[in-house]
Design a binder for this molecule. Structure first.
Ligand code: GLC
Length: 740
């Protein structure tokens, strides 16, 4: 008894001696209270210091209060190596090599939201381990022209697919206490003149095509930050654009995170104050190299802002709103002491990269079932092409990486088949023999003295004796070949590859063309080549993934996230568009005259032209049969849903995955609409002979279009067709419903 009363007594008397944890540090208090407490303790100078960079990739916390700095890092496919405090060049660390995950076009091509979550979570673990609070990605700009240098970083032409895939990526990433920074918001759909393009687009197109993926990132993904894009919209730079940042992003979508400028995307203090920018980075740089002046105190939201407040020209209302959002980002990341610790270059991450790559590879063509390869003792395999041996993880702009390892295609083929087959490599052509970005070098010596003719003759001579000829080419993230800040000059493959492919096709009918790219390319030889694989920038596991698919260890299940046009003249952005590809200094108005008819929305309406390969196209080593789709009701009531079911059967001889796609078509509408629009998809794994029933819940949102005059989404009563398809040009059945 005595002891208990002593303890009670002690506790009562000792209480005042235990310092009260201030609210902003008290993890038992709601974050919003902690933000207010921290804000109340900060000086004016500390608040302004928080709004802008202090180094290439970090912004200031509040050291006096123990609020850490915020560290950001590129990029969407892997965690960028450390650069010097105020330079783009390498800091020379020896422990910042990473896993390069497949480029996001490959992730989109998986059409598998579980892969997206796995991707984001794995990438977030690497970022967390490197003590980063913001990953500058993912990118979801819509694929409007196949010339855009950064399409490889994005998720294709369809807003529904991009939105459905980006949300789980963000949730996975942020589960590590690391913020995603979805980019580039908005309308950054090509690279030439990226700092001075003023996009002109009608509201319906804006809301139906170019905003939905960002809206999904915010509302389904819960993105904690978003990056303003370099270009202008309605004559205002998107890094400080009242309409996109305050009215749409915050007022309409309820975004409570931080708006971060692109590096060098801020141009005006008053606009930065009023139009929604929170965190300014990279001012006066072009986002890749050095700029005119880098004194961080002279940033638009630095001393000039402080001066305007001190002089009474502006108040502190916007300032406090910005600081609140940045503090919220801090509490979600660097101030969260319970967030996981992450991991770097783990076996799990390599396994994830390999699995995502394997699910993203798209088998475009496979005449006569040439693939998968049947390799036995003595089989002769000829591999041709620079992309079989050239590292792809270095280059391409800010998403360039320093990897712990990269399995090259030829290495993967040798590893998988080398013990039984005879494997010969021939260069075939010379592309880009360099291999360096921001001081990261590949260390490869790709120098070549022979002429193009000799290289072709050498490859052809070997091809005549080979059982399989695997041509591995495409683009390579060099300037103008899928690279930030530059666009491609045309749809054609560079470096004379077409001549090599045609020469090989002339001597063998066992030719497989593997196109490594993040963009569609012209294929004038398409009829002469029996098998074609669209192999994205797969990253560290490229060689393993390619060998997995060529051997059949993995049955390809990827589907194109964008249309492969036969020629550039078939692309609406080039039929109607103002896109010239010519670099200019003054502001360039680019009107998106193709409107909502982007990609398959356009090709579906064409009678004379067909795409080379359609959006959603992708073959398998097995076959799938679809039953007749059935709706559980012929009518959709005002707020109801209709369930559409379809049985899918694997009628082939090997297990595989199929992406069942659901599109809606509006038979009659007050505004013109595409023939059909993607509104659902489901990826199913089936053993040979196995069947499953795939169901889609269709609601009135799926039937709606955006009415710009009413400024809202509208589903008009009438008949709709629900298409069930294996590709946008391969409808397997449809069922009609009526909206009452
Ligand atoms: C670049 C890119 C952006 C990147 C940033 C930092 O210019 O536009 O995507 O995250 O600057 O490198």
């Amino acid at each position: 008894m005595r002891f208990a009363s002593f303890i009670a007594g002690f506790a009562l008397t000792a209480a005042p001696l235990v310092a009260q944890v201030p609210v902003y540090l008290d993890e038992t208090k709601p974050v919003e209270d902690r933000i207010e407490d921290a804000l109340g303790r900060m000086t004016l100078e500390e608040k302004v210091a928080m709004l802008h960079a202090q180094s290439k990739f970090s912004s200031r916390g509040v050291p006096r209060l123990g609020i850490p700095d915020i560290w950001t890092t590129d990029g969407p496919h892997g965690i960028r190596p450390e650069v010097l405090w105020d330079q783009w060049d390498q800091a020379g660390w020896t422990n910042d090599s990473c896993v390069a995950f497949p480029a996001l076009t490959c992730l989109a091509a998986t059409w598998n939201t579980e892969m997206a979550e796995l991707y984001g979570r794995s990438l977030g673990e690497e970022a967390r381990y490197r003590n980063k609070s913001v990953v500058l990605g993912p990118g979801v700009n819509i694929y409007r022209t196949p010339l855009n240098g950064r399409n490889f970083e994005y998720m294709g032409e369809d807003p529904y697919l991009a939105g459905a895939m980006v949300a789980p990526y963000i949730r996975g990433l942020q589960s590590n206490g690391v913020a995603a920074c979805v980019k580039h918001y908005a309308l950054n759909n090509h690279e030439v003149n990226r700092h001075n393009t003023n996009v002109i687009v009608d509201d319906r197109t804006l809301y139906e095509i170019y905003l939905p993926a960002f809206k999904a990132a915010v509302q389904e993904g819960g993105a904690w930050s978003i990056m303003g894009s370099y270009n202008l919209f309605e004559d205002t730079h998107c890094c400080h654009n009242d309409r996109t940042l305050n009215r749409i992003l915050r007022d309409e979508w309820g975004f409570d995170g931080v708006v971060i400028s692109d590096w060098g995307g801020t141009h005006d203090t008053d606009q930065a104050i009023r139009n929604g920018l929170d965190l300014e980075f990279g001012s006066w740089t072009d986002g890749l190299r050095s700029g005119t002046k880098n004194a961080y105190d002279n940033y638009f939201l630095a001393y000039p802002y402080l001066e305007k407040i001190r002089s009474g020209e502006v108040g502190t209302e916007e300032l406090d709103a910005k600081v609140r959002r940045i503090l919220r980002l801090a509490y979600r990341t660097v101030m969260d002491r319970n967030r996981p610790l992450g991991s770097l270059c783990s076996d799990e991450h390599y396994a994830a990269a390999r699995r995502i790559g394997g699910e993203g590879m798209v088998l475009l063509k496979n005449d006569g079932g040439l693939l998968p390869m049947k390799v036995e003792k003595g089989t002769r395999i000829l591999v041709v092409g620079e992309n079989a041996v050239k590292m792809m993880t270095v280059g391409g702009g800010s998403s360039s990486l320093k990897v712990q390892r990269e399995i090259l295609p030829l290495d993967g083929i040798r590893e998988r088949f080398g013990d039984v087959a005879e494997i010969v490599y021939k260069r075939g052509y010379v592309g880009d023999v360099t291999g360096e970005y921001n001081g990261v070098t590949t260390g490869q010596d790709l120098s070549e003295s022979r002429s193009a003719e000799e290289l072709i003759a050498d490859a052809v001579a070997e091809a005549e004796k080979a059982d399989y000829v695997i041509f591995i080419g495409g683009l390579n993230k060099s300037d103008h070949q899928d690279c930030e800040n530059t666009d491609r000059a045309g749809l054609e493959l560079p470096y004379g590859q077409d001549a090599v492919i045609e020469a090989l096709a002339a001597v063998t009918d066992r030719l497989v063309v593997v196109n490594v790219s993040g963009n569609a390319v012209a294929m004038p030889w398409v009829d002469e080549v029996p098998a074609i694989l669209q192999a994205w920038y797969i990253g560290s596991e490229a060689g393993h993934v390619l060998a997995d698919v060529l051997s059949g260890d993995v049955n390809p299940s990827g589907k194109l996230p964008f249309t492969f046009p036969e020629k550039l003249e078939d692309v609406p952005a080039h039929i109607f568009g103002d896109y010239t590809g010519i670099s200019q200094r003054d502001t360039v108005d680019i009107e998106y005259k193709d409107g909502i008819y982007v990609g398959y929305r356009w090709t579906d309406m064409q009678k004379k032209t067909k795409p080379l390969f359609a959006f959603g196209h992708g073959l398998s080593y097995t076959e799938f049969q679809y039953g007749r789709p059935v709706a559980d009701s012929a009518f959709m009531s005002e707020d109801g849903t209709v369930t559409v079911s379809v049985e899918v059967t694997n009628t082939g001889s090997r297990a595989g995955q199929e992406v069942v796609q659901m599109y809606i078509g509006d038979r009659k509408s007050s505004l013109p609409r595409p023939l059909k629009e993607l509104k659902g998809f489901s990826k199913v794994y089936l053993e040979p002979g196995e069947s499953t029933v795939v169901t889609f819940e269709v609601d009135r949102d799926d039937l709606s279009f955006f009415d710009p005059d009413r400024h809202e989404w509208v589903a008009e009563p009438g008949k709709f067709d629900i298409y069930v398809a294996a590709a946008s040009d391969d409808v397997r059945g449809k069922v009609s419903i009526e909206l009452k």
